[in-house]
Design a protein around this ligand. Structure first.
Ligand SMILES: *[C@@H]1O[C@H](CO)[C@@H](O)[C@H](O)[C@H]1NC(C)=O
Ligand SMILES: *[C@@H]1O[C@H](CO)[C@@H](O)[C@H](O)[C@H]1NC(C)=O
Ligand SMILES: *[C@@H]1O[C@H](CO)[C@@H](O)[C@H](O)[C@H]1NC(C)=O
Ligand SMILES: *[C@@H]1O[C@H](CO)[C@@H](O)[C@H](O)[C@H]1NC(C)=O
Ligand SMILES: *[C@@H]1O[C@H](CO)[C@@H](O)[C@H](O)[C@H]1NC(C)=O
Ligand SMILES: *[C@@H]1O[C@H](CO)[C@@H](O)[C@H](O)[C@H]1NC(C)=O
Length: 463
């Protein structure tokens, strides 16, 4: 017990020492200064450090930012694609406010930042959020930074970093994986936001969508399967005419979290454990086969506990039965009964699903669910509707047009109303006394009068 206590005392002491030594280090660089290999710039609060490093067994030198207490947790790299061969790198800030990374002996520039404006009095500073910024003098408003590393993400999402679009300037901020654990050059995978229709997050493999975090329903991304309330951080989705982005914020200052997109395209969340002084691997976001984007094709639902996992929606059949039965579900399913459009279509409710791809959706933030249904019925190409926001019992309207893709069964999912021809909205009833025609479809509202006589009449008119 005593030993354990002294161990923690020792850790605590070591920790305070680190903080103190960090805090005394210089936090800014002006055009007269520079950083060379071996030197570092420490953020004002001591959380992050900027300097040169070599990943893993690699001999190449990169300029990067890492978490001070865990130097192998590199969160940002400047010269991702242009490594230095030796330790002669030099980081300088020009009088105009441009950051340049050059080789001392030859003055060859291997990387540089850019800026839309010329600075009068440029200062380079590493903020305690991990953001490396070029400011003009004392300007601290982030909208006026001349340049910031948070605009050029690598594989790590830190608290308050944004993934998404500045719709005014057209700047896209997105995560991109490293090629390998020893090569920070952009790899195959990225996490980005597609803002067509209702904005959604996607995992991309080069130009191909491979996973869909989904759209925001007021509480969470519709495709996030973790479900557990996260006591450490909270996701925010901001979406207005100027910008659309997603970020997370820490709720507890004594815990730290980062999200990393691995070279294999897996999003991993790490939590810093102050007691053990190590990263606890908190969760993996990209999990099972149903997370594979549009695996089952149009008008299907992916059910992870089913075999096979792809199932046609009710009233639909495989478009290419042979492919479907051999496990190639990409052609999806088609309707058995075409929509009638104006007369008598209705909706079938699916409870608890990950909402389909919203890239060709339409939405309205104030409409009620009933108005939403009416609007969908009034437009022949509308195929499904639901609430836009699930809070307060549900508000707003979200409509789909044409194909419905990438639905999965999901306990935390939402209700989805899919348009069906009236004939498909009945119930199937087995009549033992007519073995030759064992299944008749009868509209629900005709059930109360269903007697044998009525049934015969029904048979005449319907079949
Ligand atoms: C650049 O290289 C020269 C020659 O090796 C050396 O004298 C000088 O100190 C170096 N400059 C910096 C900033 O390291
Ligand atoms: C800065 O550089 C990036 C990447 O090279 C480029 O896409 C962007 O347009 C540049 N921005 C400005 C303001 O020049
Ligand atoms: C920042 O502001 C202080 C006081 O307002 C001033 O003394 C200092 O020169 C300013 N620094 C820069 C780099 O403008
Ligand atoms: C923050 O986290 C620490 C360590 O896990 C815990 O002891 C503390 O109760 C938490 N505080 C809040 C407000 O959740
Ligand atoms: C699945 O079927 C589609 C269309 O028939 C075809 O283009 C695709 O190559 C097939 N995929 C596999 C893995 O066989
Ligand atoms: C139905 O909705 C689509 C997509 O929003 C739109 O292009 C079309 O004009 C609408 N049709 C009618 C009849 O409103």
């Amino acid at each position: 017990m005593q030993a354990l206590r002294s161990f923690f005392m020792c850790l605590f002491f070591l920790f305070s020492l680190l903080r103190i030594s960090a805090a005394t280090a210089l936090g800014t660089i002006t055009p007269s200064g520079y950083i060379r290999d071996g030197e570092t710039l420490v953020s004002v609060g001591g959380s992050y450090e900027l300097g040169f490093f070599s990943p893993g067994k690699s001999k190449s030198r990169y300029l990067g930012i890492w978490y001070t207490d865990s130097t192998d947790a590199v969160v940002w790299v400047a010269n991702r694609e242009t490594p230095l061969g030796d330790s002669s790198g030099l980081l300088k800030l020009t009088e105009q406010g441009v950051l340049v990374l050059l080789v001392n002996s030859s003055n060859k520039i291997v990387w540089s930042s850019n800026s839309s404006r010329i600075a009068g009095n440029p200062v380079l500073q590493l903020l305690d959020s991990g953001n490396l910024v070029v400011q003009d003098g004392n300007e601290t408003n982030s909208d006026n930074f001349l340049w910031q590393s948070f605009d050029y993400l690598c594989d790590t999402l830190l608290p308050e970093m944004k993934i998404g679009w500045d719709l005014v300037t057209g700047l896209e901020r997105y995560l991109s994986s490293w090629k390998s654990t020893e090569d920070p050059a952009p790899g195959e995978f990225s996490v980005r936001i597609d803002y067509r229709g209702l904005p959604q997050t996607f995992v991309m493999k080069r130009a191909k969508k491979v996973g869909r975090g989904g759209s925001w329903n007021g509480l969470h991304l519709t495709g996030f399967s973790s479900g557990q309330p996260n006591p450490i951080s909270r996701i925010e989705f901001v979406w207005n005419k100027d910008e659309v982005y997603y970020q997370f914020r820490l709720l507890n200052r004594s815990v730290f979290q980062r999200l990393v997109l691995s070279p294999l395209g897996v999003s991993q969340r790490f939590t810093w454990e102050y007691q053990t002084h190590s990263w606890e691997f908190a969760s993996t976001l990209h999990e099972d086969r149903c997370e594979s984007y549009a695996l089952c094709g149009a008008y299907t639902i992916c059910k992870i506990n089913n075999s096979p996992i792809c199932v046609c929606l009710k009233g639909f059949v495989p478009k290419s039965p042979q492919d479907w039965n051999s496990g190639n579900w990409s052609d999806g399913c088609i309707r058995m009964t075409p929509l009638a459009c104006s007369h008598g279509d209705g909706f079938l409710t699916y409870n608890g699903v990950k909402l389909p791809d919203t890239s060709s959706s339409w939405y309205d933030k104030s409409m009620s669910l009933e108005q939403c249904k009416g609007l969908c019925l009034g437009n022949c190409s509308c195929t499904a509707y639901t609430n836009l926001d699930v809070r307060e019992g549900g508000t707003g309207c979200l409509l789909w047009f044409d194909n419905i893709i990438d639905i999965r069964e999901f306990t935390l999912g939402q209700d989805l109303y899919i348009r069906m021809a009236a004939a498909e909205l009945g119930i199937s009833y087995r009549f033992p006394f007519f073995p030759h025609r064992s299944i008749y479809t009868i509209r629900l509202n005709s059930l109360p009068e269903l007697s044998f006589q009525n049934f015969l009449a029904l048979e005449k008119t319907w079949l």
